[in-house]
Design a protein around this ligand. Structure first.
Ligand SMILES: Cc1cc2nc3c(=O)[nH]c(=O)nc-3n(C[C@H](O)[C@H](O)[C@H](O)COP(=O)(O)OP(=O)(O)OC[C@H]3O[C@@H](n4cnc5c(N)ncnc54)[C@H](O)[C@@H]3O)c2cc1C
Ligand code: FES
Ligand code: FES
Length: 1280
């Protein structure tokens, strides 16, 4: 902290996001060399770094001195949007290059698997980094080398794919890298001594050697032996666990020794999982396939276990001894009959690793004074087969739901089972052995009869209780049986292997602008702050150095969903060290509410709480840690109130809805239904989504001590609203409150509303104490308090003809709004306004009801109801096609708007011309027809894996339907030296609004982009700005900047004419001397948009953005795993102002859609508590989720008379494209069901998780274990 190195970011505190990645180098006395490891700083105890060198992003290069090629290439390849993940990405890649200056694509894939990015969709990051590869990989779609893809020129002369150029990039020169400090080298070669560190609460002892460790463990047997800290660390960081004494085992050579023996390998318990993997790979190579079967199974598991950084830290011993059945290694090590070598003061002993070793969750048969020294892993014997299985929510970097290790030995030269071992993790509190099954199957022949008997025995033996933590008992039971079947098939036929992860490759195309090279509009310029982001110099709110006397605030939240507050007792917390005060409703000097369009929401709950996570008070303390710990000690007594309910269905039962209830209608429904050949009724449920911006919400409030002035440095998408709410809370006029927004580490709609409440609370604390107050939400609190995208349920009735033409559709949309309205009614309006998508359904009616439940209030999220409205109509089309026995794309095509002039269902005139072009181009570019045939063939030849494909069109409204929001201002200042400073009302959150604004200003002022700067968004410079949202930020800001610049040019014009030879500086200087103002305000007043909901009539949007997307997937019917194979997107962005930024928005939005529709699943307990808090439980797309082929084409010759330079807004629309994966998965499941003679229509809701896919692919395994519906057990989680 005191050094002020803020480049390394903090995103989760539990090793789950990679934002904090740094490189640790150590001299290794065993290998006698310096080794470099990428690690997550949040889990790396400072004391463990004795003798190590740590390199952070600041250490490798800077914009002031020299960039490192890694920094330069990620920036230039457009791999940094909000930039919050970028330092972590850079350090992962840098470490890889330190170890291997010529990596393969697979090395890069492995290295970045643990670095999450919520903005980019990963493709540009890979594009930048693959330039370090020595291998030329070929893209199967076009036969080109991957190095050429991003630099390709299309044969149409004005089309390019060159988003970045490798010209003039710095070469990688390993000789320029930092050397390992010689003093550390000397230290590393010396014999170690015992080291003790004493902290405020923890004593840390690093023993001199093994003997010393054994002695210490005997003396302090309750002290944990910490090695990688990846199990202990998250508990200490996030759960507040304190160990007063810690023994460190990381420096004991015996714990890291590896010895190859004739019949196996002995691996020191302190070997990291990365070392283990390398050792095993070496064994596989040397021993050949037969002897190394155990090692192959282990490597397969290690490849997707955690992330590279975690594998560099986590140890094999720690993995076993954590005794967590979700951890993957014990099941396979037990199946392989491994032996544990244990030492203590009493001597040494050996234990065979089996289920008996694990006595309870987190407990083993190891005595507290004992140390696990090493593990013997035997070679595979002849006639022995070993397999490992795991299935997780996300294929990589995700704890398994169930894992398994299986081994069979046959009698020599026969198929008679001599020995069988089957172990499961994730089916109970400890590792489970299918002992009875194994015993019964021994001596039998390995044939189908054995398979049948074995499956039945397993079904009877392995019981997953309905109350098991994590729930999913039916699914887990299905996995138990499916894994056994897979094992049978793998041994018999070497078939049914898991999916292989691949590196995404991409093709892009966009239209090249042909104007003078000095005019940057339309060019793929790099994000204005990309280099600062890549070097860690970019400043986010929490990077601002602490202000003198600064305090920290931590929220106290409700643990009940609906209850009266009886008492609040903060005395215990107030007595804790460092605590300054407790604040609650009575401390608010102004009004204790946040007002939004006449809907008030309490800042602090006063009398009653209406959801778990509602803020009741806040502790203000000297440090973060003190505030956090004290806030847990505030004692609140409640009296529960009825009713309490959380789900949409329950809200419908209680008729609990917010006002207004909306309706849109065109045509005559009854007539439409009468003329229809068929009527279908159905529904689709779509789960919610967490924003998971990499930077959590927060701010710093600084009282200025004069006239009530207050400055806020805040991560807000709507600074003016934050200013307004803080003013009302403090009872101070807005002119005394200034909000500064430098940049956001991602927003996605989540930093509009709640941040205003948090700011008001921090401001209250600052007001009460008179000191600066910082608020930074921990990831868990952020997820709990700020909520996200609301779940939707669409119930529909549709009338259609035999050829798929839809005559009438009546849809009722229900959203779960949570406990307050927030933006939910506007979100619902947007869903209704998008319910026609690209389809001319003559009779169409939509009702929209926002359910009021006792959950945290849902809020805006990229797309803002659009994806939900669109997906439900797409589901209607999908089902109609299935019922008609027609291809879904044909039914979509038949129903599409095609006339030159069309009217939406709210009577807005538009031309679908460009939508139809996108659709046709997408069909062509994706080779749709041909691929449909290939998929048919694939499905005919594969019983347990199926493929599906889906293509959808898109029409998306841009701008706010609340017309007055379509306005913004910009201030353009020219200084005497000719430099230009722009301030505008938008906020930079990665979308590149500043870059585009500078491109526009550069075109008009005719000065290079490098002379124009945007410092921050500040309410003091540009007042009353609308939120940066609705894909409208650049449109509005661009116009305002243009207006401001044009005003200035008008003032300069007479002088330009008079002195055409003047340079810009001379011109500016002359203008100044003539007393002409060099500052101008630009203003953009958008058109009036509004909807008359009574008449279903209105121009809701400024204009429409169009597109089409096609995706193909493959599913594993036995596990529910799926693999995204290929996606093609054709997008109409008008004349792109910056194709690189626009392609980035398309890819990033689409990848958020991948999450929304496939893996991101929020779980609530039956008591309304959010269970999925943090990256360990909530999975956003990682690199492994990106389709290996992700092609984005910007529509050529597209124009838009309504927006700046004929461009179009692009932020929100692509999220919806994720639904192509959902429908493709549905097609694949339908293919599986068809083959099994099951109905092709089946209930299926979004997200299409592995559990849902598996259970929908009904088969003998899922049917073997029907749940006992009579036994009423409380579910683990509910669908809200
Ligand atoms: C983000 C993240 C993702 C993960 N994903 C996965 C995954 O997908 N699959 C999976 O299997 N695991 C996963 N893990 C778990 C990880 O593999 C284990 O945490 C790790 O292996 C534990 O090793 P460690 O050295 O860090 O243990 P530590 O945290 O240092 O210690 C863990 C426990 O083991 C004890 N211990 C450790 N070594 C010894 C020894 N030699 N003798 C006696 N006691 C000892 C300690 O006292 C402590 O009680 C993940 C962890 C994280 C943080
Ligand atoms: S902050 Fe360390 S991994 Fe997320
Ligand atoms: S750029 Fe990766 S999280 Fe924003």
């Amino acid at each position: 902290c005191s050094v002020g190195l803020t480049g390394t970011k903090y995103g989760c505190g539990g090793g789950g996001c990679g934002a904090c990645t740094v490189m640790v180098s150590r001299y290794d006395p065993i290998q006698e060399t310096v080794l470099h490891w990428s690690v997550t700083a949040c889990l790396q105890p400072i004391c463990s770094l004795h003798g190590a060198a740590v390199v952070t992003v600041e250490g490798i290069g800077s914009t002031k001195t020299k960039l490192h090629p890694v920094q330069e290439r990620i920036a230039k390849a457009h791999g940094s949007q909000c930039g919050f993940c970028t330092p972590g990405m850079v350090m992962s890649m840098y470490t890889l290059l330190r170890n291997n200056p010529q990596p393969t694509m697979e090395d890069i894939r492995e290295t970045l698997g643990g670095n999450l990015c919520r903005c980019t969709g990963y493709r540009p990051i890979i594009d930048g980094f693959k330039t370090f590869c020595n291998v030329r990989t070929v893209n199967s779609s076009n036969g080109k080398c991957c190095m050429e893809n991003s630099n390709s020129h299309n044969n149409e002369s004005d089309i390019s794919g060159e988003l970045f150029s490798m010209d003039n990039v710095l070469p990688l020169d390993p000789t320029q890298d930092l050397i390992f400090p010689p003093e550390l080298l000397i230290m590393g070669k010396k014999k170690a001594e015992r080291l003790c560190f004493q902290g405020e609460k923890v004593r840390w002892i690093s023993p001199a050697d093994l003997k010393d460790l054994i002695k210490l463990k005997a003396e302090y047997s309750n002290a944990p032996l910490l090695v990688g800290n990846t199990t202990i660390g998250p508990k200490m960081n996030l759960k507040g666990t304190v160990h007063p004494l810690v023994l460190y085992g990381g420096s004991i050579p015996e714990l890291r020794t590896i010895k190859w023996r004739n019949n196996g390998v002995t691996v020191g318990a302190g070997c990291s999982l990365s070392v283990l993997k390398d050792v095993l790979l070496q064994g596989i190579e040397e021993l050949g396939p037969e002897k190394s079967r155990v090692y192959q199974a282990l490597v397969q598991t290690l490849q997707c276990l955690a992330s590279k950084q975690i594998r560099n830290m986590a140890t094999i011993g720690g993995n076993i001894l954590s005794a967590n059945p979700k951890y993957d290694l014990s099941s396979i090590l037990a199946a392989a009959e491994c032996t544990l070598h244990i030492v203590s003061n009493d001597g040494a002993r050996e234990i065979c690793l089996s289920e008996e070793f694990f006595t309870d969750f987190g407990k083993t048969a190891l005595r507290p004074d004992e140390i696990l020294l090493a593990i013997d892993i035997p070679h595979s014997r002849p006639w022995e087969f070993v397999s490992a299985f795991r299935q997780a929510q996300r294929r990589e970097f995700s704890f398994s739901i169930v894992n398994s290790g299986m081994r069979v030995t046959f009698r020599h030269d026969s198929n008679v089972v001599e020995n069988l071992d089957i172990f499961y993790g994730g089916v109970g509190p400890t590792l489970v052995k299918a002992r009875h099954t194994c015993k019964e199957l021994m001596g039998r022949k390995w044939d189908e009869k054995l398979l049948v008997v074995g499956t039945q025995l397993l079904e009877e033996e392995i019981y997953v209780p309905p109350t098991a933590p994590g729930g999913q008992e039916e699914y887990r039971k299905a996995l138990v049986l499916s894994f056994f079947f897979k094992f049978y098939m793998q041994v018999t036929l070497d078939a049914l292997k898991p999916f292989k992860n691949e590196v995404p490759q991409a093709n892009h195309s966009f239209q090249v602008e042909t104007q003078s090279s000095n005019d940057p509009v339309g060019r793929p310029n790099v994000h204005q702050a990309a280099l600062q982001q890549a070097t860690g110099e970019a400043v986010y709110y929490d990077d601002i150095p602490s202000v003198k006397g600064e305090l920290f605030v931590s929220m106290v939240t409700s643990t009940r969903a609906h209850a009266k507050i009886i008492s609040i007792d903060a005395s215990m917390a107030l007595a804790m060290s460092g605590v300054v005060t407790f604040i609650s409703a009575k401390d608010v000097p102004g009004q204790n509410r946040r007002l939004w369009f006449n809907n008030p929401e309490e800042l602090f709950a006063e009398e009653e709480v209406i959801c778990v996570g509602q803020i009741i008070g806040a502790i203000v303390a000297e440090t973060r840690e003190q505030a956090k710990r004290a806030s847990e000690q505030v004692d609140i007594t409640y009296e529960d109130i009825q009713p309490v309910f959380f789900t949409i269905e329950e809200a419908i039962e209680h008729q609990s809805f917010f006002d207004p209830k909306r309706k849109l209608e065109r045509g005559n429904l009854e007539e439409g239904f009468e003329k229809a050949d068929h009527i279908l009724e159905g529904e689709l449920y779509m789960g919610g989504q967490e924003h998971f911006y990499m930077e959590t919400q927060g701010l710093i409030a600084i009282p200025k001590g004069e006239a009530g002035e207050l400055e806020l440095y805040v991560a807000s998408q709507h600074a003016a609203y934050t200013q307004e709410v803080v003013g009302i809370t403090l009872g101070i006029d807005s002119n005394k409150i200034t909000c500064h927004v430098k940049r956001l580490g991602g927003g996605f709609g989540g930093k509009v509303m709640k941040i205003a409440s948090l700011s008001a609370i921090a401001a209250t604390a600052a007001y009460k104490t008179g000191r600066a107050v910082r608020c930074v939400l921990e990831r868990e609190d952020d997820m709990l308090i700020t909520s996200g995208r609301s779940p939707f349920l669409g119930k529909y009735k549709v009338g259609y003809l035999n050829d798929g033409t839809i005559l009438a559709a009546d849809i009722t949309y229900y959203s779960n709004g949570g406990c307050t309205l927030d933006e939910s009614s506007f979100i619902m309006e947007k869903a209704l306004l998008h319910m026609d998508n690209g389809y001319k359904i003559p009779n169409l009616r939509g009702h929209g009801l926002v359910c009021k439940t006792y959950l945290p209030s849902y809020t805006a999220f990229r797309g803002f109801g659009g994806p939900q409205g669109l997906t439900i109509i797409e589901s209607v089309l999908h089902e109609v096609a299935a019922r008609c026995g027609l291809p879904a794309h044909q039914v979509r095509d038949i129903n599409m708007y095609k006339d030159e002039k069309c009217y939406t269902h709210h009577k807005q005139l538009f031309s679908p011309h460009d939508m139809v072009r996108c659709w046709n181009e997408c069909l062509e570019k994706s080779d749709y027809t041909h691929r449909c045939l290939s998929i048919k063939q694939f499905n005919a030849h594969n019983h347990w894996k199926k493929r599906g494909i889906s293509i959808v069109p898109l029409k998306f409204g841009i701008g706010f339907s609340k017309g007055f929001y379509n306005q913004v201002a910009a201030l353009v200042n020219i200084y005497k030296d000719g430099s230009v400073l722009i301030s505008h009302g938008g906020t930079e959150m990665g979308q590149g609004i500043n870059t585009k604004a500078i491109q526009i200003a550069s075109r008009i002022l005719k000065v290079p982009m490098s002379s124009i700067h945007i410092k921050e968004t500040c309410t003091g410079n540009v007042p009353n700005a609308a939120p940066s949202a609705a894909s409208f930020g650049t449109d509005a800001v661009g116009m305002a900047v243009k207006d401001g610049c044009e005003k200035l040019m008008r003032r300069l014009e007479p002088l330009i004419k008079k002195h055409p030879q003047f340079t810009w500086q001379q011109l500016v200087s002359k203008t100044y001397c003539q007393k002409i103002s060099l500052s101008a305000t630009g203003f953009f007043m958008g058109p009036h948009t509004s909807v008359d909901w009574e008449k279903s009539d209105g121009n809701a949007y400024y204009y429409f953005t169009f597109g089409a997307c096609c995706s193909e997937v493959e599913i594993d019917c036995l596990t529910g795993d799926h693999k995204n194979i290929r996606t093609d997107i054709v997008m109409d962005v008008g004349r792109s102002i910056n194709p690189a930024l626009d392609v980035g928005q398309v890819e990033g939005g689409f990848v958020q859609g991948i999450g929304l529709y496939t893996i991101e699943e929020l779980q609530f307990s039956p008591e309304g508590v959010l269970l999925t808090r943090g990256p360990s439980r909530y999975k956003i797309p990682a690199l492994c989720d990106i389709p290996p082929q992700l092609n984005v084409h910007l529509l050529r010759n597209a124009d838009n008379p309504h927006a700046i330079y004929s461009s179009k807004g692009i932020g929100e629309p692509p999220v919806f494209f994720g639904c192509t994966l959902f429908f493709a998965i549905k097609e694949a499941i339908a293919a599986a069901r068809r083959e099994r003679g099951l109905s092709e229509s089946f209930p299926f809701s979004s997200p299409a998780t592995a559990e849902k896919i598996r259970m929908a692919c009904e088969d003998c395994f899922t049917r073997m274990n029907p749940p006992d519906r009579k036994v009423k057990t409380k579910p683990w989680a509910i669908n809200v």
